[in-house]
Each structure stands twice: as structure tokens, then as C-alpha cells.
Design a binder for this molecule. Structure first.
Ligand SMILES: [Zn+2]
Length: 93
């Protein structure tokens, strides 16, 4: 009987770890952003040869913030315009 409780406790800890680190709700929100290629296809005027990233389609800002989704080191990245603070596209490390 004690093994059953141990297994249940372990499953609960694993489930909590999954919810905190992966966060499926945030993931769904992240997937609604266009990928970089989709963003460039929608806004070809933001493409620039000298800059590493495309520009902002709202304010023509050139500086982007590279943010992790759930935490700083998250492999799910989202890019925000530094000037108008709008989320523009997503990338995956
Ligand atoms: Zn902007």
C-alpha cells in the first residue's frame, strides 16, 4: 500500500513540474503568434539586409526584445518591439 502512495506522490510531483516548466496554457498563447517566416510574409516591408531582425510593422522600430515565454531561458522565444512593446513573432531555440 505504501508503494501506491509513493507512486501517486511521485506522479503528482511530476505533473506539477510539467505544468510549471512547460505550461500548456502559455504554450497555446505563444503558438498564436506568427513564426518569423510568416511575419516576414505578412509584412515584407519590414525586411532589412543590415539588421539581424525584421523591423516592427506597427511603428517601424528596429530594436527587438528577445523574450523567453515562461522564464528567461525558455526555448520558446517571442520578439517584442522595444519601442511600442507589441509582440511580433515567435521563434524556437
Ligand atoms: Zn513597434
Amino acid at each position: 500500500m505504501i508503494y501506491l502512495w509513493l507512486a501517486l506522490a511521485l506522479a503528482a510531483v511530476a505533473g506539477l513540474f510539467y505544468l510549471i516548466t512547460y505550461n500548456p496554457w502559455l504554450d497555446r498563447y505563444w503558438r498564436r503568434l506568427p513564426t518569423r517566416d510568416e511575419y516576414l510574409a505578412m509584412h515584407p516591408q519590414t525586411r532589412s539586409d543590415e539588421a539581424a531582425h525584421p523591423g516592427c510593422c506597427h511603428c517601424d522600430g528596429r530594436e527587438m526584445l528577445d523574450l523567453g515565454l515562461a522564464r528567461l531561458t525558455d526555448y520558446r522565444r517571442q520578439f517584442m518591439c522595444r519601442q511600442c512593446k507589441r509582440l511580433l513573432w515567435r521563434e524556437q531555440d
